[in-house]
Design a protein around this ligand. Structure first.
Ligand SMILES: [Zn+2]
Length: 265
């Protein structure tokens, strides 16, 4: 029988060692990649352990809120929790020049869905080359879209600088995540698109809604990010996982069956 993400979520909620061991091997590397992407290496190093310990609590908002789901929606949720915890433990300085989601939405209204995605990935701190990989687009195309997006935003704001989206990324991401409406699409629809499984009709409906919805633009971009995170992910070896098992208080030695049966650590 294959142990899946569903089993892991169920086991972590019940505080079973099997779940935590699986989480450590497979998703600690993902957590580390997320942190080093969004924060400076020293800040990422400082908060890593605290974040893992916060996630380790079975009543942590990650495991309490997430129903057993497949891997990709789980990692999308994990990313949100990791960024929120990092912000709580080490709040970033507010950007010198701010831009809110409403201003950005108004300014970028003329862009197509794909163009909005290319622009939004800049708030997620992806350079044109990386964004091109994520969206299967030439980096030079991403750059052109971003230049146009920058011009559009500059016309709608009093103060502007080239790194505005990058600087305001965390705030904009939070605002987009919080702005869901009743028409917003479930992750599965976006994953079907990414897997090439959506029908053209479905795709048209999706594009119609997504074009005007930054919550869904953000969601799609985060799922694209997750696909890449998981593609590049390398589970920890037993030796690498060992110190983390200690940190998590998950015994490595095989416990007698009767102890497992009664759920004793
Ligand atoms: Zn939406």
């Amino acid at each position: 029988m294959i142990y899946t993400c569903y089993d892991m979520i169920r086991d972590c909620r019940a505080n079973r060692a099997e779940g935590w061991a699986y989480f450590i091997s497979n998703y600690v590397p993902v957590t580390r990649t997320i942190l080093t992407h969004y924060f400076q290496p020293d800040a990422a190093g400082r908060v890593m352990e605290r974040i893992l310990l916060a996630l380790r609590q079975p009543e942590s908002s990650l495991f309490a809120s997430v129903e057993p789901v497949p891997e990709r929606p789980f990692v999308a949720e994990l990313r949100q929790h990791v960024l929120a915890l990092a912000e709580r433990f080490e709040p970033a300085a507010a950007p010198e020049i701010t831009v809110d989601l409403e201003t950005l939405a108004t300014a970028l209204e003329p862009l197509s869905v794909v163009e909005k995605q290319a622009a939004w990935l800049e708030t997620m701190r992806y350079a044109p080359g990386q964004s091109g990989t994520l969206l299967r687009m030439a980096p030079v195309t991403v750059e052109k879209i971003r230049e146009r997006a920058a011009e559009l935003i500059r016309h709608k704001t009093d103060a502007w600088r080239r790194t505005l989206l990058w600087d305001n990324g965390l705030q904009l991401g939070r605002a987009a995540a919080a702005s869901s409406g009743s028409q917003c699409l479930p992750a599965k629809i976006f994953l079907d698109v990414l897997d090439g499984r959506s029908t053209w009709r479905g795709r048209e409906d999706m594009e119609h809604h997504v074009r005007g919805c930054w919550h869904c633009i953000d969601r799609f971009c985060r799922l694209v990010e997750v696909v890449e995170l998981l593609r590049a992910n390398r589970p920890l070896t037993g030796g690498e996982a060992e110190p983390l098992r200690k940190l998590f208080g998950v015994a490595t030695e095989k416990r007698p069956a009767w102890k497992r049966l009664f759920g004793q650590a």
